[in-house]
Design a protein around this ligand. Structure first.
Ligand SMILES: [Zn+2]
Length: 133
């Protein structure tokens, strides 16, 4: 666990994460590109109180929150989580309609694999030890 967190912390300092204003810009761009601009969030921001979910949204308010744990991850991963929450403004739940929306984003599978890898690495610290440089 600590090895993984140290690595994430190191990545975080190397790779500058977008600020809240940039997140909102990304959201607008992604919505325009993949959803014909139909998803219109009112607020998009980072939160630090969300450790079990990468992102969440409140469709009634149009607010989207991303976990600070995503900071330092590749942009395509952050964009995927953003797009995922944008899609929830249009379709609640994870039914076929929801995933059809996300199919338009070419890196959905890759981003999901990346996030699953992070979760797996945190649950199995011996694996991260084996990879330690
Ligand atoms: Zn979801």
């Amino acid at each position: 666990m600590s090895v993984m967190l140290d690595k994430l912390a190191a990545q975080e300092s190397r790779r500058r994460a977008p600020g809240d204003a940039e997140l909102a810009e990304h959201a607008a761009r992604l919505s325009a590109q993949y959803f014909d601009g139909r998803a219109r969030p009112t607020t998009v921001r980072w939160v630090t109180n969300q450790n079990t979910r990468w992102g969440s949204c409140t469709p009634a308010e149009g607010s989207i929150r991303l976990s600070h744990r995503l900071k330092g991850m590749p942009e395509y991963v952050i964009d995927y989580v953003l797009l995922h929450e944008l899609a929830h403004l249009l379709v609640p739940g994870h039914g076929p309609d929801f995933w059809r929306l996300l199919e338009a984003y070419p890196r959905t599978e890759r981003a999901r694999g990346y996030l699953e890898g992070v979760v797996a690495a945190e649950r199995l610290p011996h694996l991260t030890d084996a990879r330690e440089e």
